[in-house]
Write a protein that binds this ligand. Structure first.
Ligand code: AMP
Length: 227
């Protein structure tokens, strides 16, 4: 990454396989700590919807459950991280996913005298991830996340948060793509656990339980990491 001026006071990374709950937990941490969630998956889906050059290049790769090129993802993340709201501090959700991305992030942060406060590994078994991914959906109005098994709206078919009655499922949340996404995770992303352990910033948390319990554990880790 090129040197770019950053003013982020805290940098947290959520590591974990697809379906570990990174997005759900990042949004809760956003509310609790006033940080900004940066999801490269969301940024890429926006680029696909807007039919930008990056979006066109990423579309088929995402549908297949493979990783988008480091170059595209790093560019997208860097552009987002220099926006003023990121000055509050960021929670990276789904980035980095390769060693090249992790090194690029280190370079960007170092050139701005920033450092990673914590890289938190959400640990979940593969079988549970498949259940989580295949059951999840979001409100088409406000993006609130739901799950067929774990988190249904209080009134069936109506969003608890905004009252909208339409919901969406991600195109890549299907059985075939999930298998590729898990393979990509184990081959390319899981090695980052040792990478951050080596930097002394790794925290591990059991993410097999209920959303609220995991959120409480994460809050303790994050409070500690932000001191
Ligand atoms: P996510 O929303 O994090 O599950 O990401 C959805 C898809 O976007 C992934 O399966 C990848 O195809 C792509 N993607 C998201 N983040 C990255 C990243 N950091 N590196 C490469 N591909 C990514």
């Amino acid at each position: 990454m090129d040197a770019t001026t950053l003013t982020t006071p805290a940098v947290l990374i959520l590591l974990g396989p697809p379906g570990a709950g990174k997005g759900t937990q990042a949004r809760m941490l956003e509310d609790t700590f006033g940080l900004v969630q940066l999801s490269t998956g969301d940024l890429l889906r926006d680029a696909v919807a807007a039919r930008t050059e990056a979006g066109k290049a990423a579309k088929a790769v995402m549908e297949a459950g493979d990783l988008v090129s480091d170059e595209i993802v790093i560019d997208i993340l860097r552009d987002r991280m220099v926006q003023p709201d990121c000055a509050k501090g960021v929670i990276l959700d789904g980035f980095p996913r390769t060693t090249v991305q992790a090194e690029a992030l280190d370079g960007l942060l170092a050139s701005n005298d920033q450092k990673i406060n914590a890289a938190i590994s959400l640990e979940v078994e593969d079988a549970e991830m498949v259940v989580r991914i295949s059951g999840r959906y979001t409100c088409a109005g406000c993006g609130e996340g739901y799950h067929d098994k774990y988190k249904r709206p209080a009134k069936d078919g109506t969003c608890d948060k905004c009252g909208h009655t339409e919901f969406m499922r991600r195109a890549d949340d299907n059985a075939e793509t999930v298998a590729s996404r898990l393979t990509a995770y184990h081959a390319q992303t899981a090695p980052l656990i040792s990478y951050y352990e080596g930097q002394g910033v790794l925290k591990r948390t059991d993410a097999m339980g209920r959303i609220e319990g995991i959120a409480r554990d994460l809050e303790v880790i994050v409070r500690d990491a932000m001191i």
